[in-house]
Design a protein around this ligand. Structure first.
Ligand SMILES: NC(=O)c1ccc[n+]([C@@H]2O[C@H](COP(=O)([O-])OP(=O)(O)OC[C@H]3O[C@@H](n4cnc5c(N)ncnc54)[C@H](OP(=O)(O)O)[C@@H]3O)[C@@H](O)[C@H]2O)c1
Length: 332
């Protein structure tokens, strides 16, 4: 496993990290979740990403139990706040009230005194940015989080938050956007601004939720046990990637992966890691074998001809519009 700095910070993170959205506390049973975390640790992954909202707060509990007994200083644990964690009108968003309450809930569920990175899971247009950032500063100064990050924020929002963070003397070091061969909306604005400010990307769904592994075949039902068959939540989220034209293009990547001696999943993860503004690619997994297979993408260099050949295949189905980086206009 290779390691990268999280943005311009001094903290190193594994360039492939493990995230538990959809899986822990929901799609997979606890023994499978624990086995995936074990496989991640055994493969050299030290960085783990979760959120208060995942599986209605159960995902943090599962991760907390799975990591129990590990040396805390050897791990980087990330969580997030914004999406609803309860029925109340204040159980959501980035108000001082919710941030202060949610960090304590997350720490309790994760069974830790601090998280390494606390992330705003979206921009909250119903809270002044000054209020959010001063609450984050208090979380940092209380020793409950070491670094602050955001997720799916626009370039202008990152810039404004970064200026406030500087005034408040807290480190805003990362953004967590969706990024893959099929979803390149950060490249035009978010990445250049982040490079200038020393903010790193921790990218999610680098395999487009499993679609870039090539296992979903055009015109055929999804394989048994895959996310697309998980009616609880997975099927809804992956639906946009199951269009015929996308699946047909993805199959055309197979000879390129073979030529490079990689699985298609490894090719997809290695592809996002070619972007030097990416600090880590967060992979999900429903089975430990997937983790063991996927981590082999660490350290892989893809040459310019291969990158060009990939572009030519996926370009017609790739989204690049920077306006697609967005947060809900109203709090959920
Ligand atoms: N900030 C945000 O708003 C946000 C949003 C989404 C995700 N995230 C973060 O990003 C993490 C990763 O997201 P993701 O799970 O969508 O990422 P992903 O790595 O693109 O997809 C992971 C899924 O693909 C399938 N898969 C993985 N390896 C495979 C292999 N070798 N062969 C076949 N199938 C394989 C598995 O699903 P099946 O086996 O079930 O098919 C696995 O759960 C999340 O856990 C979370 O931490 C953040």
């Amino acid at each position: 496993m290779e390691f990268r700095h999280l943005g311009r910070s001094g903290m190193l993170v594994s360039e492939i990290s493990y995230g538990n959205w959809i899986t822990h506390g929901s799609q997979v049973e606890e023994d499978a979740a624990t086995a995936c975390v074990r496989a991640a640790l055994d493969s050299g992954i030290t960085t783990f990403d979760t959120a208060d909202v995942y599986a209605g707060t159960r995902a943090e509990e599962v991760l907390g139990r799975a990591l129990k007994g590990e040396r805390r200083a050897g791990l980087e644990i990330f969580t997030k706040v914004y999406w609803p964690t309860g029925p109340g009108r204040n159980d959501r968003g980035l108000s001082r009230k919710h941030i202060m309450e949610s960090i304590d809930g997350s720490l309790r569920r994760l069974q830790t005194d601090y998280v390494d990175l606390y992330q705003a899971h979206r921009y909250d247009y119903a809270t002044p940015l000054e209020e959010t950032m001063s609450a984050f500063a208090d979380v940092v100064h209380a020793g409950k989080a070491h670094y602050i990050g955001v997720s799916e924020w626009k370039a202008s929002e990152i810039r404004a938050a970064h200026a406030l963070a500087k005034e408040l003397r807290i480190p805003l070091v990362s953004n967590q956007p969706q990024y893959s061969m099929l979803w390149r909306v950060i490249e035009a604005e978010v990445v250049p601004t982040s490079e200038e400010l020393g903010v790193g990307q921790i990218v999610w769904s680098p395999m487009a939720q499993g679609v870039l592994t090539g296992k979903y075949l055009p015109g055929q039902p999804p394989p048994a046990g895959s996310r697309a068959t998980d009616e609880k939540s997975g099927a809804g989220f992956i639906a946009r990637w199951l269009a015929e034209d996308v699946l047909t293009r993805v199959q055309q990547l197979k000879p390129l992966a073979d030529q490079a001696g990689l699985t298609m999943g490894q090719l997809a993860i290695a592809w996002v890691l070619q972007n030097q503004n990416v600090s880590s690619a967060i992979i999900g997994a429903s089975r430990p074998e997937q983790v063991k297979d996927n981590v082999k993408a660490s350290g892989v260099k893809l040459d310019a001809d291969l990158m060009k050949a990939i572009d030519e295949i996926v370009e017609p189905v790739t989204e690049r519009d920077p306006a697609k980086t967005e947060s809900p206009a109203q709090r959920p």
